[in-house]
Design a protein around this ligand. Structure first.
Ligand code: SF4
Length: 131
């Protein structure tokens, strides 16, 4: 059953929620959930909105609706296997300072796994939506 507590991250925008399916999947609001489970703890009807939110994002992504920041991070992971492409200048500076090499990532393997999971297709659709 629900319990009182601090406000949830999703409560901050105080915007009305769109209800048409296309509008819902295109909305930024479905990406605000931080998966904190506060609503699950508080809901008097035992609605598990955390997983509803995840399902909506999956549907939205399949339709090409992904926030720009998430799209950029996903594209970088596809390219280099990490969420951030470490600049060559930084790697050279580390070497010059005598720091040990950073852990290596098999970017091709990461890319193959993500392609198999359909991320390449999702990102292509998201890019085409951007025009
Ligand atoms: S889990 Fe629930 S309370 Fe937490 S951010 Fe997501 S929708 Fe809001």
């Amino acid at each position: 059953m629900g319990q009182q507590g601090e406000g949830a991250p999703c409560e901050k925008p105080k915007r009305s929620f769109p209800w048409g399916m296309e509008e819902l999947l295109a909305s930024k609001e479905i990406w605000l959930c931080a998966s904190c489970f506060t609503c699950v703890d508080r809901c008097p009807r035992d609605v598990d909105f955390t997983y509803i939110s995840l399902a909506l994002r999956n549907l939205a992504a399949r339709e090409g609706y992904i926030p720009e920041a998430s799209r950029v991070v996903a594209s970088t992971i596809m390219e280099v296997g990490l969420a951030y492409k470490i600049p060559a200048s930084r790697l050279r500076a580390r070497e010059k300072e005598g720091l040990p090499p950073l852990p290596s990532v098999d970017a091709e393997q990461v890319k193959a796994l993500l392609e198999a999971a359909g991320l390449g297709e999702v990102l292509a659709k998201a890019s085409s939506r951007r025009g």
